[in-house]
Design a protein around this ligand. Structure first.
Ligand code: NAP
Ligand code: GDD
Length: 334
């Protein structure tokens, strides 16, 4: 039985990757970070795993190197997926220092812990298309020049270079997956897709009337997280460690995502959507459109979801959740 450590297991990707690895017969050590907010809420993406005998939840903070050394020494993992991050680009402008500590140093601490304690452990780094920043040469691939424009992307780029440095210098099996945007019903509620699907569901049920958004012209290459975690795992099963791009090869604007969801829900954007400059960023990434050809040719990766299926699933799940909450409130009042 293989053992994998997944940092950031309570997040979107951590939860889907845990499902996949447990299905493949792994023992998964998932790390979470204690906060004062309630445990149940924090663990909502992994509630279904908490009683699984092959899933162990461990407390760790990736900026506390001792917690990573402890985990690696105790569990001697075969694979380590570094997914923990301050992952919101807008927030990184407000918390640039802690974002850099988590997103850059968190990766370096893990690489050092692996080098010193279990050098045969394979390492996956969650790199990002945000590293292409304001370089709109499309489609973006492994030869595209990086041009980061946020503290988030700068920290991720430093970590990205650290991964190839450890691979070349110490022979550690370390891969970076440059992942374009991927979403799902488990997506954090302050990312634009989920903010839209949740608001559309609430408007439909009469629980909300207005949706405030920022820049609608930005374009993103949007895929489904379930497809992307498969790609992460595939990267660590190849004979040699390398870097890859994961993307759908298509791009859509935020406006198009909004239109699709509102049309599907039978709502009129003009009646509900307000542009609020509060959601503009100091610097924007205008267009992301990835080239996944290496991933497809070398590892045989093929995404199963398309843009419409993704948007529909997210809206339908949000509608179900909101409907359930509404009925619970009505029940408790009668
Ligand atoms: P997410 O839902 O925001 O999850 C991030 C996880 O990291 C959360 O569980 C968070 O826990 C945890 N975390 C934050 N700071 C931590 C710390 N100091 N120590 C330990 N855990 C910490 O992000 P995601 O969408 O799953 O993305 C996974 C990774 O892929 C991230 O590194 C992200 O930057 C990268 N990525 C994502 C995308 C995408 O489109 N989703 C694309 C490219 C790359 P808390 O609840 O405690 O904050
Ligand atoms: N979050 C948010 N909220 N974004 C908005 C809003 C809003 O109200 N209105 C417009 N946008 C625009 C943002 O300005 C951005 O251009 C686009 O919608 C997407 O924003 P996010 O969903 O926050 O994602 P992101 O593209 O900035 O970052 C995500 O993808 C990266 C990969 O390219 C995150 O998952 C990053 O962690 C990931 O690395």
């Amino acid at each position: 039985m293989k053992t994998a450590i997944i940092t950031g297991v309570t997040g979107q990707d951590g939860s889907y990757l845990s499902d996949l690895l447990i299905d493949k017969g792994y023992k998964v050590i998932g790390t979470y970070r204690r906060t004062v907010s309630d445990f149940e809420n924090k663990c909502q993406n992994i509630t279904h795993l908490l009683d699984d005998g092959n899933f162990i939840l461990e407390e760790a903070d990736v900026t506390d190197s001792s917690s990573l050394y402890r985990l690696i020494s105790e569990y001697q993992p075969d694979e380590y997926y570094n997914l923990a991050a301050q992952s919101h680009v807008g927030t990184s402008f407000k918390t640039p220092v802690s974002t850099t500590e988590i997103n850059m140093m968190g990766c370096l601490y893990a690489l050092e812990a692996i080098r010193l304690q279990k050098p045969s452990c394979k390492f996956y780094q969650a790199s990002t298309s945000e590293m292409f920043g304001d370089n709109t040469q499309c489609p973006q691939g492994l030869d595209t020049h990086f041009s980061p424009v946020s503290p988030y992307a700068c920290a991720k780029l430093a970590a990205h270079h650290m991964v190839s440095t450890y691979r070349k210098s110490y022979g550690i099996y370390a891969c970076s997956g440059i992942l374009f945007n991927h979403e799902s019903p488990r997506r954090g509620e302050n990312f634009v897709t989920r903010k839209i699907t949740k608001a559309a569901a609430r408007i439909k049920l009469g629980l909300q009337d207005e949706l405030r958004l920022g820049n609608l012209s930005a374009q993103r290459d949007w895929g489904h997280a379930a497809d992307y975690v498969k790609g992460m795992w595939m990267m660590l099963q190849h004979e040699v460690a390398d870097d890859y791009v994961l993307a759908t090869g298509k791009t859509n604007s935020v406006q198009e995502f909004l239109e699709y969801v509102f049309d599907y829900a039978g709502l009129d954007i003009k009646d509900h959507v307000v542009i609020d400059p509060k959601f503009y960023r100091p610097c924007e990434v205008p267009k992301l459109w990835g080239d996944p050809s290496k991933m497809m040719k070398t590892l045989g990766w093929v995404p199963e979801y398309d843009f419409e299926e993704l948007a529909m699933e997210m809206y339908e799940q949000d509608l179900k959740k909101q409907y359930f909450k509404l009925n619970k409130t009505i029940d408790s009042n009668v």
